[in-house]
Design a protein around this ligand. Sequence first.
Ligand SMILES: Nc1nc2c(c(=O)[nH]1)N[C@H]1C(S)=C(S)[C@@H](COP(=O)(O)OP(=O)(O)OC[C@H]3O[C@@H](n4cnc5c(N)ncnc54)[C@H](O)[C@@H]3O)O[C@H]1N2
Ligand code: MOO
Length: 451
Amino acid sequence: MTAQDAEELDVEEALAVANDRVARGPGEPRSARETPATGPSAAHPAKDDAHQRATPWPEARATAERAARSAGRRPSVSVTVDDSLGLVLAAPLTALTDLPSFDTSAMDGWAVAGPGPWDVREDGVLAGHAEPEPLTDGEAVRIATGARIPSDTTAVLRSEHGRTDDKGRLHPTRDLAHGQDIRPRGQECRIGDQLLPLGTQITPATLGLAAAAGYDTLTVLPRPRVELLVLGDELLTEGLPREGLIRDALGPMLPSWLRALGAEVIAVRRLGDDAEALYEAVRKSSADLIVTTGGTAAGPVDHVHPTLRRVGAELLVSGVKVRPGHPMLLARMKANQHLVGLPGNPLAAVSGLFTLVEPLLRTLAGRAAPEPYALPLSEAVHGHPYDTRLIPVALREDDAVPLHYNGPAMLRGIATADALAVVPPGGARPGQELELLDLPWATAGIQVCFT
Ligand SMILES: Nc1nc2c(c(=O)[nH]1)N[C@H]1C(S)=C(S)[C@@H](COP(=O)(O)OP(=O)(O)OC[C@H]3O[C@@H](n4cnc5c(N)ncnc54)[C@H](O)[C@@H]3O)O[C@H]1N2
Ligand code: MOO
């Protein structure tokens, strides 16, 4: 560990590492004490053995995916093409028409019949017009790109490849092949051809293709509906921090990210540290996923665990071996409803978002997992002795640059990051390849993401 690293090692993290050593006892291997969070005896672990029961980071992500799969297939819905960006096709996209749907000119010029020279008809043919009169041999007609080809046309002569003589007859200035610059009907697809399989995520190009192929609406998997409950009496929604109160950083940040991860955010509610309000909100929620922020630890006003016990939820993940964010949790509320508890420290909440919420939402939304990829680190990164670390990095062409200000309560590092790097227990050397989780920035504002 370098001196700079040591400086940047967050006090809370350092304490957590020290406490972990004490709890474990010298030389005692972690794995001997590990028990999964699932199962009757582990339904709601006591605070003391919470860390021993924490789920390893890769397993936590897999559990979140499995939880979403266990919720069962949600019925597909029909949405307008305009509203379907980022959703996933719940039925194959089959062509409702031939494309092109008529023989069409690929160029501006003349439709000609037979070898030149040709007599040129007075009226031209424009795109969008009804079927033109057939041509007779030796005849040509002015035609625009995209216009219907008159029947008996043998080729289209580009405007730059023809000249008219003083008698108005058209001569080719280049050889003209039979069928040249005619796009025949059905060249791209025939009616009924499968253009895209079920399960395709809808991109801007898909929208264009669907419209071209005749669709007004598409059959898609609905966005998972998410309700966000922001906990904490200390949170202000405007102005400067004052008298021990701080600005809520998660209320403004998480909805956009949730949408970027495929969710429909049905409500954002600020509940303070009111156990009864949390109980009522959780009990009444109809969301597919409830996300809470704060209150996951064991402080006097940390109401998430007690509330989950009170509603009889099944804890699937109770703590994850990841820094920051280790108190994060995942619970099954009902067969088709889950709750993710994100820790209140803002970067810890981001860690929970990409550890538990991302795989859960992705699976509910029917999206494919992003291809895993790795880049070498530009410099060494210290690790937690036993847990995975997620650190914000900026991506350059050849490497990932760790960003500073990556303490659990800080957003300054992640605000300029492209990805989170997955640092294995023990840390990483300069040049060591690390798995990266892309942050869905670019499209966060427009309610979809392509990660
Ligand atoms: N005795 C222990 N105390 C704590 C532990 C532990 O293991 N033992 N873990 C620490 C870690 S790590 C984290 S993370 C937090 C998790 O706490 P909670 O999820 O209960 O979160 P809070 O206590 O409500 O808040 C923590 C921190 O974050 C601030 N916060 C909360 N919400 C927001 C928000 N919306 N925007 C900005 N900042 C927020 C809050 O004011 C606190 O400073 O527990 C540690 N304690
Ligand atoms: O640091 Mo905690 O790790 O903020 O989750």
